[in-house]
Design a binder for this molecule. Sequence first.
Ligand SMILES: *Cc1c(COP(=O)(O)O)cnc(C)c1O
Length: 377
Amino acid sequence: MGFSTDAIHAGQAPDLSTNAVIPPIHLTTTYYQEEIGKHKGYVYSRSANPTRDILQKNVAVLEKGKYALAFSSGLAAIHALSTVLKNGDHVIVSNDVYGGTYRLFQRFLTDYGIEVSFVDTTNLENILEVIKSNTKLIHIETPTNPLLAISDIQAISNICKSKNLLLSVDNTFMTPYFQNPLELGADIVVHSATKYLGGHSDLLGGILIVNSDELYERFKFVQNAIGAVLSPFDCWLLLRSIKTLALRMERHNQNASEVAKFLESQSVVKRVFYPGLKSHPQHELAKKQMRGFGGMVSFEVDDFNRVNSILKKLKIFTLAESLGGVESLVCHPATMTHASIPKEVREKNGLTDGLIRLSVGIEDIEDLISDLEQALK
Ligand SMILES: *Cc1c(COP(=O)(O)O)cnc(C)c1O
C-alpha cells in the first residue's frame, strides 16, 4: 500500500464489537478475566491497551518495521532505548542533538556508569576514531536539531555491522514520510511524536520502532517495567493526527523550501541551514537518503541583539519551544531548546548566539514570507 493509505488504515480495521469505523479510546485500566489466566490478551493497561496496540501497529507499518512501542514522550522513548546499555558500556552520540537528548546521555546516564562520546557523525572518521572495545551503541539524529546536518545512515550502519554495534536513529525531523532508517540498516528508530507525528502541538509522545524480536522483547519489558506509557487518549489523538501526516509533510516541505530560498537572498542573513539548498554541505546525501527535506530551517544573523530585534517583530512565527505543528514557530536555540548545553560546547559545534530556528508551518506561504520580510528589515 501507499504511505497515505497505510497512514489511514494500517492497524485500524473497524471495531468488531460495534462496527465503529474509528477505533474507540479504551479508557480502562483493567480487564475482566473469565477465569484465572483466561482473557483476551489484556490484563492491565500499563502492560497492554487496545488503543495503544492499534497505534503501535500503524506506526510500525509506516516506519517499515515489525514492531513499534509508544511511550509518554520522546525522551521516555530515548531513555527506553538507552537501556540496551549496561554499566561500563560506551555510547557514541551525534554532537548536535536535541538538548534533552544531550542532557539524558551526558548528565543522567553517566551516573549509571555509562560512558558517552559526542562526535560530529557527519564525518565517518570521527566515529571510527572513538569506537572502543566497550562501545555498544551509536545514536544519531539526522538531520540534526538545530543545524540540520545530515549523517549517512547506510554508511554508519555498515560500520555498526562490522563492529557488532547497535545503531539508533532519531527520525523526528523527517518522519517516516520522508525517511525510513530501518531500510537503511538502522536497528532502532525513535520519534518524538510530540512534533510532526502529532503535528498540532497538543500532545506529548514518543515511539520506538524495531525489526528484531530480541530488541522488541527488551523494549516491551522496559515499557512495562518503567511504565512511561502513552495514555489511551493520546494514542487515539496521535492516530487521528497521523492520518494527515503525508499532506502536512508535503506542505511543510514546500513552505520551508520557499522560506530557505528567501532567507538566502537576504543580506542580514549570514548563513541558512536547510538540507534542500544546494549550498547545504550534505545536499547530495540528503537527496539520496531522504524523499524530502522537511519543515525546519535555521539561519544565522550577526549577534544576539539582531536576533532579539527580529524575534520582536515577527507576528505569524510565534516565539516558542517545540516544532512540527501546523503553526509556524520561531526559537532561539542558544537560550531555549539548547540552553542545557554549555556555551563552549555549543559554540564549538557551530550553534552560536546568532542562530534562529524556524519550524515552518502550513500557513499560506505569501504570509510567511511577508512576515519574515518585515522582521528582517
Ligand atoms: C523534541 C525532541 C525530542 C524529545 O521529545 P519529547 O517528546 O519532547 O520528550 C527528541 N528528539 C528530537 C529530535 C526532538 O525534537
